[in-house]
Design a protein around this ligand. Structure first.
Ligand SMILES: [Zn+2]
Length: 414
């Protein structure tokens, strides 16, 4: 399964064109792929290579283009309250929601957060994700936002995890700024963004654009400042009610507009006519128990580039597995198996601006590979919730099994 083709987001009919090579070989030179083709040809064309036999099916490493992986404790009380019928507002009023994770992250040391995040990211990798976007956004004050971004940087340097850091200071308005929210927007623009940019702690800037969180004018102001500081743009857009966030994302040339369950017809047209990738997060709506999902088919028919991600976070999507998200894409979004695979590789790489050399098994691409114990590639989206990944390579080297075994909760030694 190569996903070979143009090094950019796929749209429309291209999204169901997958190259499957039976009995194939991949030649790796250093950190990059040198050649891919029939195994017989590899033997006659090349010699002197160390051979590794792979059983099952080889995929390009999956690209998880939307996670909030730096957090403290899981939010089990929220989960239980929601099961009992509590609304988002009732959960927030009872001390839960995003602001609970904010209090938690503010109170932890950088090394504690590093240990927790490391274990969780290794869990994502064990499910086949080799390039992972990670957002800040549980600090909501300068020092705590920087603390999260430093954790991401240190992990990117130490564990051969390919991480794309995103600054999400505009995830929510913190309690202390609720009476004068414009002051918080000013703080992000004038105090946080300049430091994040100067210390090169983030590649992208994201805003939660939604009624009751940040409105269109605030989102625009923050993103214009972020672009001025040299960051690429992403948006949490039209997740629940919708506020034309997708239209704004397309207008600003953002890399992606994410969520989109409440996208308007104008938003669908705008994404179809733009380079902005529509990132769909079906695990989130499933976990929240919502019936409504993003209109994937209408987006694909409108020629939008659709990608998939986990939205891994403690409040609304505590799943580490992109293959599970592919299953949901088929069963809940009506996507074809081929579309789901390309949406979690080539198109999610485009949503991070790295499609030039990630998301394909093709010459010149970074040698990120995932071996799965299956015989038909469609099984990837079929065995719901199973982890079929047997081996992972990043930048040409085999990843050892995590030691100690990964933990998603808080039983991790700092
Ligand atoms: Zn998110």
């Amino acid at each position: 399964m190569t996903c070979r083709g143009p090094a950019r987001a796929r749209r429309g009919g291209e999204l169901s064109e997958l190259e499957v090579l039976p009995d194939a070989a991949v030649l790796i030179d250093g950190s990059r792929i040198a050649w891919v083709g029939p195994r017989k040809e590899a033997r006659s064309l090349h010699s002197g290579f160390e051979e590794v036999e792979v059983h099952g099916i080889l995929f390009p490493g999956f690209v998880d283009c939307h996670t909030h992986a730096v957090f403290g404790a899981p939010r089990l009380d929220d989960h239980e309250r929601r099961a009992l019928g509590a609304s988002y507002q009732q959960i927030a009023a009872a001390g839960g929601g995003i602001l609970q994770s904010v209090r938690d992250v503010r109170s932890r040391t950088e090394s504690e957060l590093l240990a927790l995040t490391r274990s969780r990211l290794l869990a994502l990798r064990a499910h086949g994700s080799t390039t992972i976007e990670v957002k800040s956004g549980y600090g909501l004050e300068l020092e705590s936002e920087l603390k999260q971004l430093r954790v991401i940087r240190r992990l990117a340097e130490s564990d051969r995890l390919q991480l794309v850091p995103t600054f999400l200071g505009a995830h929510e308005v913190p309690s202390e700024y609720r009476p004068h929210r414009s002051e918080y927007v000013r703080l992000i623009i004038e105090e946080m963004l300049p430091v994040v940019a100067r210390e090169r702690l983030a590649r992208c800037c994201d805003v939660f654009c939604e009624p009751g969180v940040f409105d269109l004018a605030e989102t625009r102001a923050i993103l214009m400042a972020a672009r001025g500081a040299g960051l690429d743009l992403k948006l949490h857009a039209d997740e629940l009610e919708g506020s034309e966030g997708a239209v704004l994302a397309a207008e600003l040339g953002a890399l992606s507009a994410d969520h989109l369950a409440g996208i308007s017809d104008a938003g669908i047209r705008a994404l179809g006519a733009s380079e902005t990738v529509a990132v769909l997060l079906p695990a989130t709506m499933s976990f929240l128990g919502r019936r409504r999902q993003a209109p994937a088919r209408r987006l694909i028919e409108a020629n939008a580039a659709v990608a998939l991600a986990t939205d891994f976070n403690p409040g609304s999507s505590p799943t580490p597995g992109l293959p599970f998200v592919m299953s949901l894409a088929v069963s809940q979004l009506g996507m074809r198996h081929a579309e789901a695979v390309l949406a979690a590789t080539v198109n999610s790489a485009a949503a991070l601006g790295v499609a030039v050399d990630r998301g394909q098994i093709a010459p010149g691409f970074v040698a990120d590979l995932v071996a799965c114990n299956i015989t038909d590639w469609r099984e990837m989206a079929y065995w719901v919730g199973a982890n079929l990944v047997t081996d992972v390579w990043t930048a040409g080297s085999a990843c050892p099994p995590p030691s100690p075994p990964v933990s998603l909760g808080t039983h991790v030694e700092a």
